[in-house]
Design a protein around this ligand. Structure first.
Ligand code: NAI
Length: 437
């Protein structure tokens, strides 16, 4: 069989300075890894991925349908970031190319920044630091507060919001939260009955909601009017969530005590590009350039998370965590040697999970066939007719579908693998077949 080949023939192209932890993981697997500092586009990108099996990018590389067409060997794409809209996901799906990302690896970084900002604003650190840099020594405690005993209102109690909840409670803060779906309250946190109730009760309001039509200008003049005098507002979520003109007016009028903003409606595209905002120049506002999730720890965690998913797909066929193809979680390929209570599976029978999970070295295990196909009626029948016609023994079969694409995985005896592969390639709806052994 010619479809599976040695790991050192698997070529991984990593662009945009992927963290070394990811490079090491792929190299440890035996893949041939090429790295580049920057993004590539157009013909340069098409040339780079010509013989590549794995492409790793961050947010700046556009993987268009043309780029995918230029990489016929591409097995999978890893987005070493959160967003995946730089990749033509549908096109990749129709080529049987799973795309993976890392949605939660920087959660803790955003939560920690939020806590730091709450303390910094409560202690008026921005003013104190600016005064010192201007040569002014003012030891006064006026306007500086502990956060212990204060109430933080978390809007959006998802991954980041719930981490903020845990950290804030550990510092002695009372936590209330508001979410559009019911959420398990962690520790002593309690849900507010409404956004308005939260705004009226919180000394600090921190936003951790996604950008959706519902969250656009979620905090505008009416919501700010409900907030407590001197309250703090933090937005490390998305720029569209806060009406900045209303916020600037409230800060200037002394209605709010301070704000911290990491995200903006119009963010400059590149380093050095000009930035302006109605809140610029206000001393009680902390401004950061969308760095909430940007820590070395988060970059490393992203690299490890995405590489784990890429390696699992390449070595074992699992698509868990993919954003564009049916998700199938697969056990390790089972050994051909019957051991303990394992007996050879009868035709069509699933292997017992515990036996199947024991990894066996290549060459001593059942062969695994990975089959992406167009999801139309009749494909499975053709596949099963083929297998029945060959008299082949199927040890395990897994299937998941999305609207357009199906993903079937078959664990078979080595002698049956070649003829099954050949037959599957002839099914007109087949998108891609690959074998592992
Ligand atoms: P998540 O999806 O885990 O949580 C979001 C929560 O908001 C969910 O529980 C959801 O039900 C809730 N929600 C949605 N609409 C709502 C509404 N109208 N009112 C109240 N709750 C609502 O997302 P995660 O990972 O916690 O991220 C939160 C935000 O942080 C996102 O906007 C994300 O883009 C942003 N983010 C910012 C980063 C930065 O560098 N500043 C880095 C990472 C994420």
């Amino acid at each position: 069989m010619k479809t599976s080949f040695p790991k050192d023939k698997i070529r991984a192209v990593l662009l945009e300075s992927i963290h070394p932890a990811g490079v090491e993981m792929l190299e440890r697997e035996g893949f041939a890894v090429e790295t580049r500092k920057g993004a590539l586009e157009g013909r340069h990108l098409e040339t780079a991925i010509k013989g590549a099996h794995l492409l790793g990018i961050r947010s700046k590389t556009a993987v268009t349908p043309e780029v995918l067409a230029a990489g016929p060997r591409l097995l999978t794409v890893g987005c070493f970031c959160i967003g995946t809209n730089q990749v033509a996901l549908n096109d990749a799906c129709h080529r049987g190319v799973p795309v993976f990302n890392s949605p939660f690896s920087n959660t803790r970084s955003v939560a920690e920044l939020t806590i730091a900002e709450i303390v910094a604003l409560a202690r008026r650190l921005t003013d104190k630091s600016a005064q010192m840099h201007h040569g002014l020594w003012d030891k006064s405690a006026e306007g500086a507060h502990e956060v212990r005993g204060r109430t933080v209102g978390i809007v959006g109690y998802g991954h980041i919001g719930s981490q903020v909840s845990v950290l804030a409670e550990a510092m002695g803060m009372r936590v209330i939260f508001h979410d559009i779906i019911p959420k398990l309250a962690l520790g002593n946190a309690r849900p507010a009955r409404s956004l308005n109730e939260l705004l009226e009760a919180a000394d600090v309001v921190t936003l951790h909601v996604p950008a959706t039509p519902l969250t656009e200008n979620l905090i505008g003049p009416r919501q700010i009017a409900k907030m407590r005098p001197g309250a703090l507002l933090i937005n490390n979520a998305r720029g569209s969530v806060v009406d900045l003109a209303a916020l600037a007016a409230a800060l200037k009028a002394g209605k709010l005590g301070g704000a911290a903003l990491d995200v903006f409606p119009d963010e400059p595209a590149a380093k050095g590009d000009p930035f302006d905002s109605p809140v610029r120049g206000l001393s009680n506002v902390i401004l950061t350039p969308h760095v909430g999730g940007s820590t070395e720890e988060a970059q490393e965690a992203i690299a490890v998370d995405v590489c784990t998913k890429l390696i699992r797909f390449i070595n074992n066929g699992s698509t868990t965590g993919s954003v564009n193809v049916p998700q199938v979680e697969l056990p390790e390929q089972a050994s051909l040697e019957p051991d303990g209570d394992e007996r050879p599976a009868r035709k069509g029978e699933r292997l017992r999970e515990d036996a199947a999970r024991r990894a066996a070295p290549p060459g001593t295990r059942r062969h695994r066939i990975l089959h992406f196909h167009r999801n139309v009626p009749g494909v499975l029948r053709q596949m099963h007719d083929l297998i029945a016609g060959l008299g082949a023994n199927i040890a395990a079969e897994y299937l998941q579908t999305t609207r357009d694409v199906g993903y079937v995985v078959l664990d078979v005896d080595p002698t049956d693998a070649g003829p099954i592969m050949d037959g599957l390639k002839k099914i007109p709806e087949t998108i891609r077949v690959r074998a592992l052994w």
